[in-house]
Design a protein around this ligand. Structure first.
Ligand SMILES: [Zn+2]
Length: 123
C-alpha cells in the first residue's frame, strides 16, 4: 500500500471515529434532554449520517455502526495502531493483503473476507 493510500485510510478511520463519537454524544444528549421537539436541531447526527452515506461507505459499514458503536471505536483505534506498526491492511489471521475494496467499506477490517467468514462459521 502506498503512503498516500495509507493516508487516505487514516483520514477515513479518523472521520468514522469522529462521526461515531458525535453520534454517541448525540444519543447521550438526547437521553438527557427529555423528548424535546426536534425544532430544526438536527445537528450532529443527520449531518454525519448524510456524510456516512457518501460513496466511500457502503451498507456494511452503516450496519456495523448500528451494531455496536463503542466497539467500532476500539476497532478503529486498533487499526490506527496497526497502521503505525506498518501492518495495516494485512489480515491478522493469514497475513494476506485485505482487498482495498473491503477496506473502503470497512477501513478497520482485521481479517480478509475468507478468514472472516471462516471465523463466523466457527461460531
Ligand atoms: Zn485472512
Amino acid at each position: 500500500m502506498t503512503k498516500s493510500e495509507l493516508a487516505k485510510y487514516k483520514k477515513l478511520l479518523i472521520k468514522v471515529r469522529e462521526a461515531i463519537n458525535g453520534d454517541i454524544n448525540h444519543i447521550a444528549k438526547e437521553n438527557l434532554k427529555s423528548q424535546r421537539e426536534s425544532s430544526g436541531d438536527l445537528s450532529g447526527y443527520s449531518f454525519h449520517m448524510a456524510d456516512m452515506a457518501s460513496d466511500s461507505y457502503d451498507r456494511e459499514l452503516s450496519l456495523n455502526i448500528a451494531g455496536g458503536e463503542q466497539e467500532i471505536i476500539y476497532e478503529i483505534d486498533d487499526a490506527l495502531k496497526r497502521m503505525e506498526e506498518g501492518k495495516f491492511g494485512l489480515c491478522l489471521s493469514c497475513d494476506k493483503k485485505i482487498p482495498q475494496k473491503r477496506l473502503n467499506a470497512v477501513p478497520y477490517a482485521k481479517y480478509c473476507i475468507q478468514c472472516k467468514s471462516k471465523e463466523e462459521k466457527d461460531k
